[in-house]
Design a binder for this molecule. Structure first.
Ligand SMILES: [Zn+2]
Length: 448
């Protein structure tokens, strides 16, 4: 009996596969993004999505503990977000929008590692060697042991590995690299998949740390880095775009450490570097204005004082606008509903905009109270003193809930010359900062 031919369709935006053609991808929502895979492409999907080897269960007491050894990149913020440094044999994806500074950062990191007497290979499919050299001069990255290769063929990159013992490879970018053995276009899902798989194998076999740069475009015309997220060890994404002064690198996956840390970088003339004086970079203490309130959020192990801004303005549209940058819009809607209900502020005839300064995205709920304070401040046109912070989670019924690491947050606020804090419950220990308890949302009005 003849073997029945299997068909497989793959979304060219996210790499989702299905035996049946679909008009709209159920995984990423992309329209008309499926193409039928040929046999070779199907093999690649099978190879890169199934576990590589069969292992048997072992009694936990018999298993040797893995000790992870790392080395520093000599860049404080990158070390932080990597979980303490580079792990030999790890595959790290660094994604972000074009122009955010991925290439300059990694070229500098390459130079840092080369200065530690490690052989580093920088592979660029985007620029010529001369162009990279020019950039390296500007960055102060023209050092021994750093090798440049302007190449887009994977096979050529692999043969370069016979030349010397490399400890680190930087691929700029995954979308420009292609394998001659695969009949798909460079940047296609099939290419990206197979190349990442090959790189993973090399990383593990030769204990080489490999950094992969992946561009994220809104159009989705080239395969996004999401296709390879599940294959790599570490996934880091830049938040925001090139218009922001501070660039936040956030961890989304880390097989060797926590993903809660962020790295904060700033663009200077010599390229993207670790941001200095981090603690005072996310707020402007100069003058008190209406619509602005301070809070302290935890980013991994670090407390950061942030400024929350709100603008409440008359609307003539039937549906008032609610927009948030750096804060979850659904949560904003919930807080606005609460203000209407509990404080009887008629926000349904106003547009409300919320912005978190410094390009940071708030991922925890401790900023709720500050968001409410900023909105009320804008609505009533009354400024809040820059010597006060608001820390607390707001519940659906209007209670103010406690947050974790309160002591650490208050300490940080104090170090930034903040003298007052509105918090859900006073800490047991004495604090250098004056604390005021606030347990319900309607008590917030007393402060205006
Ligand atoms: Zn998709």
């Amino acid at each position: 009996m003849a073997k029945k031919k299997t068909t497989l369709f793959e979304c060219q935006h996210c790499g989702f596969t299905t035996p049946k053609w679909m008009g709209k991808c159920t995984n990423c929502g992309g329209w008309d993004s499926f193409v039928e895979l040929n046999e070779q492409q199907q093999e690649i999907v099978k190879l890169t999505t199934s576990p590589s080897s069969i292992t048997k269960a072992t009694e936990i007491t018999k298993i040797q503990e893995e000790t992870i050894q790392r080395y520093s990149t000599d860049d404080m913020e990158l070390d932080m977000v990597l979980g303490g440094g580079v792990v030999p044999g790890s595959l790290v994806l660094i994604g972000g929008s074009p122009g955010v500074g991925k290439s300059t950062l990694l070229l500098k990191i390459g130079a840092n590692l080369a200065l530690q007497n490690r052989n580093v290979l920088y592979v660029s499919g985007e620029e010529s060697q001369g162009q990279i050299k020019l950039r390296a001069n500007r960055l102060g990255a023209t050092v021994d042991n750093l090798y440049l290769l302007a190449e887009i063929r994977l096979e050529q990159v692999l043969s370069e590995l016979h030349e010397r013992a490399y400890e680190c490879i930087i691929i700029d970018s995954i979308q420009t690299l292609y394998s001659e053995t695969i009949a798909s276009a460079p940047g296609s899902v099939t290419q990206v998949r197979q190349i990442t798989f090959d790189l993973m194998r090399i990383a593990k076999e030769r204990r080489i740390a490999i950094f992969i740069i992946g561009h994220i475009t809104k159009e989705g015309s080239i395969a996004g880095p999401r296709v390879l997220e599940h294959m790599v060890d570490v996934v880091l994404y830049f938040e925001g775009d090139s218009s922001q002064e501070l660039r936040i690198l956030r961890g989304f996956k880390n097989r060797f450490g926590a993903t809660s840390e962020i790295g904060v970088f700033e663009m200077r003339c010599e390229g993207l570097v670790s941001a200095k004086n981090l603690s005072s970079r996310f707020f402007n203490r100069a003058k008190s204005q209406s619509g602005s309130a301070l809070t302290v959020v935890m980013e991994g192990s670090r407390p950061i004082v942030l400024e929350v801004q709100a603008l409440v303005s008359d609307t003539h549209a039937p549906n008032p606008k609610r927009q948030a940058t750096g804060f979850d819009t659904n949560r904003l809607n919930m807080l606005l509903a609460l203000l209407e209900r509990k404080l009887e502020i008629p926000l349904n005839s106003y547009d409300v905009f919320v912005n978190i300064t410094g390009g940071i995205k708030i991922t925890e709920t401790s900023a709720d109270l500050a968001i409410l304070a900023a909105i009320i401040s804008s609505f009533r046109n009354r400024a809040i003193s820059k010597e006060t912070v608001f820390i607390g989670e707001v519940s659906l019924v209007g209670d103010i809930r406690e947050v974790y690491s309160l002591d650490q947050r208050l300490k940080e606020a104090h170090s930034q010359q903040i003298t007052k804090a509105l918090i859900p419950k006073k800490p047991l220990e004495k604090t250098a900062i004056k604390c005021y308890e606030i347990d319900e949302v309607n008590k917030l009005l007393e402060w205006f």
